[in-house]
Design a protein around this ligand. Sequence first.
Ligand code: SF4
Length: 352
Amino acid sequence: MRAGGRLTYHACVAVIDTLGRPLRSLRLSVTDRCNLRCHYCMPEDEYLWLPREDLLTFEEILELANLFAEAGVDRIRLTGGEPLLRRNLPDLVAGLAARPWLRDLALTTNGVLLADAATALRDAGLHRVTVSLDTLRRDRFQRLTRIDALPQVLAGIDAARRAGFEGLKLDSVITRGDNDDELVELLDYARAVDAEVRFIEYMDVGGATKWRPEAVVSRTEILARLTDRFGAIMPLPGRDSAPAERFQLPDGLTFGIIASTTQPFCGACDRARLTADGVFLLCLYAQHGTDLRRPLRAPAPADTLRRLIAAVWEGRADRGAEERLPVRERGNYIPLRMLKKDAHLEMHTRGG
Ligand code: SF4
């Protein structure tokens, strides 16, 4: 209920979509800005940015998070763009961590600013951190991201460990001819820093304007290469709705593969997305979303927003990656001319 402009939480069972999938997880983008220009996400020279006055305040984000919780959300991942570019992020983390309904609060970051932020984030109540790390070679990092920042990223990973984050994950998007010769090095590095690598297939989502099928290194190929190197690899049970399948090497090291392109997992997808300006998206491939900022600022009664969120999820039939699977002549999903007109179509706006 909204009292004096504030919302209080009442527990609720998860809303179910048309394919029987509950709403459980919210990926909350706090900014569309990024300090890297990764080749698979932001390869262009110019971008359209969200107007600053449209960005939700922390108070607005917390109000919406409460409403999503009433529709079933109990897990939140903070994303961007690069979320650590959002000023005072630990304040938002503290506000979310204090919610009684929250079971898991995670952050995905490129790690460049993590060294200075890790302790404050941990103290604020952040549970888990995932750092994007596609290469361990400095010259390659600079070529693939257009910024010479690998030392800062590695320092950020070290700081996250020292701050006491457990279950540290490293996300590596593997693309042919760029970093597919580093699978073993990335696993060795993960072992050394007590983290778990997740190898991610290159996806043809909005913003991936250089995507081509030949550049995808599939789950099957990754497993074959690692089997050649290490011997039999064991799949681990207990995936549930997680995007990553987990595996174990003969020596006990575990790793994950997110096979979004060749073996999508939409049937178990319980993830909603909220952009930094309050657009509610149902899929990474969605071409349209529902603007929650306008009714929030109107201000509409909390009940109107509550019903809107539930109705949108109940009408959800999105299974973007599965629908892309049979497409022949597959190339860019969203043409560049469309990306130039609507920032919401970009992966860096909706959180990867
Ligand atoms: S493509 Fe869409 S429905 Fe499928 S897993 Fe990704 S976000 Fe979920």
